[in-house]
Ligand binder design. Sequence first.
Ligand code: FAD
Ligand code: SF4
Length: 558
Amino acid sequence: MATTEEAPAREAMEFDVVIVGAGPAGLAAAIRLKQLDENLSVVVLEKGSEVGAHILSGAVIDPIGLDRLIPDWRTDPETPLKTKVAKDRYLVLTATGGMALPNWPMPRLLGNHGNFVGSLGMVVRWLAKRAESLGVEIYPGFAASETLYGPKGEMVGVATGDMGVGRDGKPKPSFTPGMELRGKYTLLAEGARGSLTKHIIERFKLDEGRDPQKFGIGIKELWQVDPQRFQPGLVQHTLSWPLKAGATGGSFLYHYDDNLVSVGFVVHLNYTNPTLSPFDEFQRFKTHPLIADTFAGGKRLAYGARAIASGGWQSVPRVSFPGGALIGCAAGFLNFARIKGTHNAILSGMLAAEKVHEALAQGRAHDEVVAYEEAWRGSDIGRDLHKVRNVKPLLSRFGLAGGTALGSIDMWTNELAGVSLFGTLKHGKPDSATLKPISECEPIVYPKPDGKISFDKPSSVFLSNTNHEEDQPVHLRLKDPAVPIRDNLPKYGEPARLYCPAGVYEVVYTDEKLKSDPRFVINAQNCVHCKTCDIKDPAQNIEWTTPEGGGGPNYEAM
Ligand SMILES: Cc1cc2nc3c(=O)[nH]c(=O)nc-3n(C[C@H](O)[C@H](O)[C@H](O)COP(=O)(O)OP(=O)(O)OC[C@H]3O[C@@H](n4cnc5c(N)ncnc54)[C@H](O)[C@@H]3O)c2cc1C
Ligand code: SF4
């Protein structure tokens, strides 16, 4: 980092509300604030090169949030959600076949009737236009890299990262200092495992008395399929194969718009076998006889990955703190059983905006908007999360078959009678603590990709249009550079090689056959910002920090 002697001082701008992240949560908060008072100054920072460039989702969207935020969204000729869910299908896969689960015993809250299928990337681009038309200032290409505090330790805003710093940490001729964006309140809307959010949670001990947050990694491809194989509005989920005992997760496959199919696979990051590769599980899944046919004659258009915060009700930290609040998946408002978080991201953005607006109207600033923390559990967000609170702990305890069966019963009793036979179960360990030593596990061997339906990582990352300035400090920081080779390699085979969906981490040897002189290599330029390494590293030694603004994937419609 440049010192003050070497570099010009950074400028500061003042706003009523500073919002970090132009996802559905951040944009909903910005829109709601301006709906409530057009004179408020509201700014949104986005680290992607444009709004939507870092957004990756399924997505089947429950319209409850959009209906409240923008009641005319269905009749807007530019609406990004045009496909209504037409059919819901659940399959349990075995290696060679599968069984369709009937819809009638499914808890009603898992149904998708009335929901819409589309690209969340397109939804946020459309939301950003609406926000700008209300006077919200949106700055894409600027990562918030630092939190700013006032004299009493309260949050007073954020600073964007310096641009033009070399790999050696020294300023280059192109050096431009970051800017301070100071706000009476700051809303963190960074999505799952936000880098500033993580520090705020630690600093204000927001997770005290709550369960650890739990996560999954979702890997997704977008395909244009043969029109003969396209079934508009089909929403299909699968469980089981190819995952084995010690891992849970499943797939999604959504047909929408113009012969487009979103296909993806979610692996919960509490898996135990360090030789598991979520990327290769996904590639293998697509080759299943009941799945592969969808892609015959089709074209893979895009690839990407993103972590999902799945701890739900028990894991949501305190969402308000002096000077700011957490909204959307930064707070952990995703409904894991429904694999849906967009509706709660929008609802929480709106709720926080309403409470912040009340505080501003009373002439307050930089204090804690406790009313938001006090309101969410009794709101639609809380009701949504409360009913499914035991699904994840039951899966962790009883595995896929037992956990799914017990979880379904629990959702039924919650839905029909508002009670659970289990009370509120605990999540147990954080995901970084669940790996078994490699010596205790059977190595998982994956088939070679066929290049038609299944692919390798380099050709996949290519389709994410990921781009970082090469001459900049490595944004994946190791607290102790010795850990990967000294500890992780002998004990776990260095699992970062496998859980990273972009091939960022490698262990290379001077002599590959003899496995001599191992070195840990970080190809940071490939990073698709999924945050899995920050979550799953067993030593919690990898810290994901923001690279130079605008770097990362350039998703067009994920
Ligand atoms: C594979 C997958 C499938 C999913 N399927 C569905 C589905 O079908 N239906 C559904 O409703 N939900 C689904 N979800 C969940 C849904 O995508 C999230 O709940 C939702 O995107 C959360 O919105 P958010 O605004 O909180 O965060 P995000 O959508 O993650 O947006 C956060 C934004 O903040 C930006 N940002 C982060 N840090 C910084 C920083 N420091 N500075 C500047 N900008 C920053 C990011 O670049 C990003 O644009 C899925 C998620 C995944 C990963
Ligand atoms: S380096 Fe980390 S954040 Fe980047 S793609 Fe790999 S696992 Fe995800």
